[in-house]
Design a protein around this ligand. Structure first.
Ligand code: URA
Length: 433
């Protein structure tokens, strides 16, 4: 087999076999095949696509390049939930303790943020003392004892994906459905959960800007998961404006705690309840959507979900006093209000602009070696459909010394105000199972 022949084959729109994909992926991971040939192949895939079989084969090749987590020793049903990434997306912080308090097991390996999207690990590290570095043994014991752990990778998961993703990032080949689907699913399958719920974000702040491409991605991932014997469903949810109000690490953890106390922003709370109830339903823990919703609402109301979060913080060495005293979180030096100039309805809150503003304040990374400022971020106080008078506050910018003027400018530009009435965004756009 010659790499160049396989590149030409894909360029001509033909199908690559499992054997050919194995040759390409294993050769790339071992260093025998150079970046420039794989870059060319990736570009051919971007133009010609991958069929269902190729997507599934590529996923398995990437999965088999590393370790698989075996969760069979954990008693109970292990679930995983994955978001394709968005702005203000702190759902794991609520959903993980919520479903764990309802009887499911969540052994979750999360990632860090890159670019305008945040990562769960960075958010959790805003809690003083909290560690995301657990040994495999501690990770498993914790899930056994309290049903819940959210940590960094404890094993070498899908190294082929890591190498390929870094190459895709710099060769303009991230946005191909087959490549994204196999990248995400190789890691989800390796993580060992029997039930996987995918939150596929759609809109300005997401990878997938329109519903049709998000549906294609969701179908591809659901098909890969189910083919591999994992019950997989995808919910397509709005990312045309930031989720909830808070964007930025400490601010987002505070908002998640408020939501666990039943006082979260409506859109964020609704999404957490919808995803959590869907998890109870798909695992058979509840028999109907109504009873599942009732169960998760009850776990918020009676404090079980908050208590589960407290247990996790305590097991992972964090200071549980933050739950009642938010001043223990890192706080920014200045809080600057961004005000509305003309009265009217909010037509858009550009998620990408808000995410970028938070990133340049220091909440996110432009490169993977950047350090993060846990305190800074944005609170979005007006959402699509709201009516505002001139002078009302659209957002607050929580800043230390970095890039304040530029961030304020981006936040101002993120809001579009119009005189005619605007409907609120639909939160859940589709469910694929
Ligand atoms: N997230 C991933 O893990 N992989 C992709 O390709 C895109 C988003």
């Amino acid at each position: 087999m010659r790499v160049v022949d396989l590149i030409i084959k894909k360029k001509q729109g033909q199908t690559l076999s499992r054997e050919e994909l194995h040759f390409l992926i294993s050769g790339y991971v071992s260093g025998e095949i150079p970046d420039y040939q794989i870059s060319s192949l990736l570009m051919a895939i971007c133009f010609q696509g991958l069929n269902d079989q190729e997507q599934s084969d590529l996923t398995m090749e990437m999965l088999e390049s590393g370790d698989r987590i075996d969760l069979s020793s954990i008693k109970g049903i292990c679930v995983d939930k994955h978001s394709t990434g968005g702005v203000g997306d702190k759902t794991t912080l609520v959903i993980a303790p919520l479903v764990a308090s309802c009887g499911l097991k969540m052994a979750k390996m999360s990632g860090r943020g890159l670019g305008h999207t945040g990562g769960t690990l960075d958010k959790l590290e805003a809690i003083p003392g909290f560690t995301i570095d657990l040994t495999s043994e501690k990770f498993f014991n914790q899930v056994d004892e309290i049903s819940l752990a959210v940590a960094g990778q404890t094993a070498n998961i899908a190294p082929a994906d890591k190498k390929l993703y870094a190459l895709r990032d710099v060769t303009g080949t991230v946005e191909a459905v087959g490549l994204i689907a196999s990248s995400i699913m190789s890691k989800k399958l390796a993580s060992g959960a029997s039930h996987i719920l995918l939150d596929v974000k759609v809109g300005d702040g997401a990878f997938m800007k329109d519903l049709k491409s998000a549906q294609n991605l969701a179908r591809a991932m659901v098909s890969i998961g189910n083919l591999q014997g994992r019950k997989t469903i995808a919910m397509l949810t709005d990312m045309d404006q930031p989720l909830g109000s808070a964007v930025g690490n400490a601010l987002e953890v505070i908002e998640a705690i408020e939501t666990l106390k039943g006082r979260g922003p409506k859109d964020f709370e609704t999404l957490c309840l919808e995803i959590s109830s869907e998890l109870l339903l798909m695992t058979g823990l509840e028999k109907s959507k109504d009873s599942a919703l009732k169960r998760v609402k009850e776990a918020i109301k009676n404090g079980e979900a908050l208590n589960k979060f407290k247990q996790m913080i305590s097991y992972q060495n964090g200071d549980t006093a933050v739950l009642s005293d938010y001043s223990l979180f890192p706080t920014a030096k200045s809080i600057i209000e961004v005000k509305n100039k003309t009265s009217g309805y909010v037509k858009k809150v550009h998620a990408l602009a808000i995410g970028n503003a938070a990133m340049i304040l220091g909440a996110g990374r432009a490169t993977k070696d950047d350090t993060i400022d846990q305190a800074v971020g944005i609170k979005v106080l007006a959402k699509v459909g709201d009516y505002l008078e001139a002078g009302d506050v659209l957002a607050t910018v929580h800043a230390n010394d970095k890039n304040i003027e530029e961030a304020l400018h981006q936040v101002e530009k993120a809001f579009e105000i119009v005189s005619e009435k605007v409907e609120a965004n639909k939160l859940i756009l589709d469910i694929i199972n």
